[in-house]
Design a protein around this ligand. Structure first.
Ligand code: G6P
Length: 623
């Protein structure tokens, strides 16, 4: 979703702004813009509807001057994706330029007030009210300035606070003031912003990972903070606490983690990284001695955790699918009741939750608005909350009482792949951990640990099916509908396979529990509608095989993901993708990989942009 960048220092601002925006592209956007300021107070703005390449072309024709600038990628919420609605927006008599992430909830009222005062609106956005309010506050504060001895930073902070005092909603804001040409001002409430500290320069971004290679010294701005940033000074203040000393943290990333390396796009790179990311998710977290998982960040003592009699897992999209897998694996191994809730539902529902319930918010980005709101609601009710996040220092990670990081590295492709498998590994670790606190024997714990250790190698071998999956994609890529069917541990896998295909190829796909398909989806089966079966093993195998035969009997083509030695499925399915066998409870982590590849190759054959699918955003920071 929307992205913010900024630069103030000794270099031409345009260079970082463009590169920074490129790095934020993956979040999903539909227009882009930049603004820069020269020492002689020329505020220049360039904006385009569409991709960054168009902005780049525009800047080649009319470059920005100046070493102080801000930039934005917009994902439309208020008003269409046209140039007039792209950020930066100018306020008043073009005295201020603003870029904004988030949503101003009371913008209708504020706009009416400003229009009544004579401010002219040039866009349909909620952001423009902030621009005009800033211009108004600048005037009002100037009057006061005459009577008080303010520093420039104090003055600008006061202007921003005055402008935002009546604003309801969420924001990450970066602002340029025409008459203060050496500073960028940033403010945050509910939408992330970081300041990268360089040598005689500062960088602004809504995503710390985008600063990799520029600086590893990061200041995470917190809610209600305003910072006035110049080339060599940082003035940070908090609404209640006044001026504060910012704490500079080290960002552990290298520049090449945010490049597609030799891959044609990030999605394929990230699919291929999974042998490593699955290993990273469990690195240092397995104890042979105690036959359990070691999860240092839970911040709850084993005695406290032993009192927990129910888990509530919440998230959105792919993270919700991981939660569902978590329900199966935790209930099986730990015999601990688990409930899974869509965060968007949980935030407004009022389900009865007893005092022994532990809430987990699962989010790759750690910024998803609904997941954050659900977490806050659960905290407000006094429940202990933990986070399973990938992005270190993200809002959800910071606000939860503790949690477990995925350590999957930046995930840039909008459709989640490596974060999903890492989330499943972490949930399997939690199942082991809670299992060992409760009913799981030492021996069973050791068996799970062994199985986990074999997983990265199994993932590596699974990736060898890529060529075969590509040929399958050639056979099926023109189809309009797909069904994905799995059972038990692999029901969430079916949902995730269908979601991947939908997201990046725009083909309609439905995931269903295999046996449920008799109650509706079977009506869709014909010779044009392929069904992707995820074959289990054990006692449930026969049942799923019967479902598969029911589809065949109705003329539906069947693609089956099955184990390497499964000849019975191979005999009846039209196509099979064979995957290595791992422990039952970890098999979904292997099985999902061919489904990611299938979606990927079908999307490529249909000419889709897999990293930036239409209408979707990587991190959905609006409700
Ligand atoms: C968006 C993304 C999905 C993601 C979901 C939840 O819809 O496009 O890929 O699964 O948000 O994101 P989170 O960062 O909370 O896991």
């Amino acid at each position: 979703m929307c992205g913010i960048v900024g630069y103030v220092g000794g270099q031409p601002a345009q260079e970082f702004l463009l590169e920074g925006l490129r790095r934020l592209e993956y979040r999903g956007y539909d227009s882009a813009g930049v603004a820069a300021l020269t020492p002689d107070r020329r505020l220049q703005v360039r904006r385009v509807a569409g991709r960054i390449e168009r902005l780049e072309a525009l800047l080649a024709e009319s470059p920005l001057e100046g070493s102080v600038g801000i930039g934005h990628t917009r994902w439309a919420t208020h008003g269409a994706a046209v140039e007039e609605n792209a950020h930066p927006h100018l306020g008043g008599n073009d005295v201020v330029a603003v870029v904004h992430n988030g949503v101003i909830e009371n913008f209708h009222e504020l706009r009416a007030e400003l229009e009544a005062e004579g401010y002219l609106f040039r866009s349909e956005t909620d952001t423009e009210v902030v621009a005009h309010r800033l211009a108004a506050a600048l005037e009002q504060q100037r009057d006061e300035w005459r009577h008080r001895r303010y520093t420039t930073a104090e003055f600008l902070t006061a202007v921003v606070r005055r402008a935002l005092s009546a604003v309801r909603g969420t924001y990450g804001l970066a602002m340029l003031f025409r008459d203060f040409p050496d500073a960028i001002v940033v403010a945050r409430l509910g939408s992330p912003l970081v300041i990268g500290v360089g040598d005689g320069e500062h960088f602004i971004s809504s995503d710390a990972a985008s600063l990799a290679g520029y600086t590893d010294q990061i200041v995470y701005l917190a809610d209600h903070q305003v910072a006035v940033v110049t080339a060599d000074r940082l003035h940070v203040s908090h609404r209640e606490l006044g001026r504060i000393q910012p704490s500079v943290e080290r960002l552990e990333l290298t520049g090449n983690q945010v490049h597609a390396d030799g891959f044609p796009n990030f999605m394929l790179k990230e699919i291929y990284e999974q042998a490593e990311t699955v290993a990273n998710a469990m690195r240092g977290r397995l104890s042979d001695e105690e036959a359990t998982a070691v999860l240092g960040g839970l911040n709850l003592r084993p005695q406290q955790l032993r009192q927990i009699n129910r888990l509530l897992l919440t998230g959105c999209g792919t993270s919700w699918h991981a939660a569902l897998y978590g329900e199966y694996v935790i209930e099986e191994l730990a015999r601990l009741p688990v409930e899974v809730e869509y965060a968007s539902e949980l935030r407004y529902r009022n389900p009865p939750i007893d005092s022994h319930t532990l809430v987990f918010a699962i989010s790759q980005s750690g910024e998803t608005a609904d997941t954050l709101a659900a977490l806050r609601e659960m905290k407000r009710k006094g429940h202990p909350t933990l986070a399973i996040c990938n992005v270190v220092g993200s809002t959800i990670a910071q606000e939860a009482d503790g949690g477990v990081y995925l350590h999957a590295g930046p995930e840039i492709g909008v459709a989640s792949t490596k974060a999903y498998t890492a989330q499943c590994v972490v949930l399997a670790l939690l199942a082991l951990y809670f299992g060992r606190l409760r009913h799981l024997s030492y021996e069973a714990g050791r068996r799970i640990i062994d199985a986990l250790r074999h997983l990265p190698e199994a993932v590596r071998r699974t990736l060898l099916v890529d060529d075969q999956v590509r040929s399958l994609a050639e056979k099926y890529y023109t189809r309009q509908n797909f069904l994905y069917l799995g059972r038990h541990y692999n029901f969430p896998t079916a949902l995730e396979g269908a979601l991947k295909l939908k997201e990046i190829s725009y083909i309609h796909a439905e995931g269903y529990p295999a046996a449920e398909m008799k109650h509706g989806p079977i009506a869709l089966v014909d010779e044009h509608t392929p069904s992707v079966f995820i074959m289990p093993r054990g006692w449930i195998y026969e049942k799923v095989l019967s479902n598969l035969l029911e589809i065949k009997a109705r003329g539906g083509p069947v693609i089956a993901v099955c184990l390497e030695n499964d000849e019975r499925t191979a005999d009846v399915a039209d196509d099979v993708i064979r995957v290595p066998e791992v422990d039952d409870c970890l098999q979904p982590i292997v099985n999902v990989i061919p489904l990611q590849l299938l979606a990927y190759h079908i999307a490529i054959l249909r000419g889709c942009d897999v990293d930036k699918p239409r209408n979707l955003a990587k991190s959905v920071t609006v409700e």
